[in-house]
Design a protein around this ligand. Sequence first.
Ligand code: ZN
Length: 338
Amino acid sequence: MQFKDIVGQEDIARRLVSAIDSGRVSHAQMLLGDLSVAMPMALAYLQYLCCENKQGGEPCGQCPSCKKISQLQHPDLHLIFPNPPNGSTSVSCADYQTQYRDFLLEKHGAGTLEEWHAFVGTDVKTSMIRERDAAHIVEVLSLKPYEGGWRMLIIWKPTSMNSAAANELLKTLEEPMPQTIILLVDDTDEGLLPTIKSRVQIVKLKPTGIDRTAEENALFAPLIVGWLRMLFKLKMRELAAQVDKMAALNRQQQKQMIAYTSTLMRDCFLNSAAALPCTLGSGDEKFDSQFPKMITVNNIALIEAALDEAMFAIERNANAKITLMELSFRMSKALKKR
Ligand SMILES: [Zn+2]
């Protein structure tokens, strides 16, 4: 997992990277935000922390450490997560490691609690982090790091801890150990002990998949979907006519339209990368299901950059037709690189 794969969190990623680069790694942190980005961020962060060949704020993805973390096979990376009782109170997350790792790999780290339940086939109400899991935490943290580097612990959905487990975790947080990093990953902090919250550095992620309003959909969906279709064939006369329609909006609407397209592309990417739902609203089922597959890790950054620059130009009163035409060419090129 690399930071560039996590859309819309560039500022947060930069902050995390600079903390690592300057050796100010906080021993306990909570990544608070939508699970579709919070867990990938935790994994990218740990990968960067351990990478032997950090490059321009990204883990290299190639060194043994990067490979082990991205495959969730690093012996010093420990995962704690809510698990079902399975008819016996003696079960802990240690018994579900393989399933949970498979789940994370399948979802590229972006799965939700409901999806985890569906994956493991359990009743939603019964999954929890219990005393046994807290004992597992104590046990894995008592181990010497195999690789001689960091001991890493991710607690996914710590808000699903029962109070016994929470109190045990609190003890662990009160006595930070050298070369040990604990990351709590959750989409809420409601119900988490205030004493735990006060002992972790909270990193708030940006909201994702900003809902497009009904008005925005009504105004922009036909324009944008029509335009996206044209980007594949680039028939100049049709494209120019479409761009004329887009440029006929006022400046404020043009900015809204670009922001709208940006959230649409992000949803398409999350749909292609992690099978999250995405509604283009083109009224054409085939297009709605096929188009998101065009937005991948190979072109999302190019697309975001093109949209950002178009936004910048529009904000500075550049000629809208020229800006949107230029944007069309860049988007068209990016779509071919999927
Ligand atoms: Zn590396």
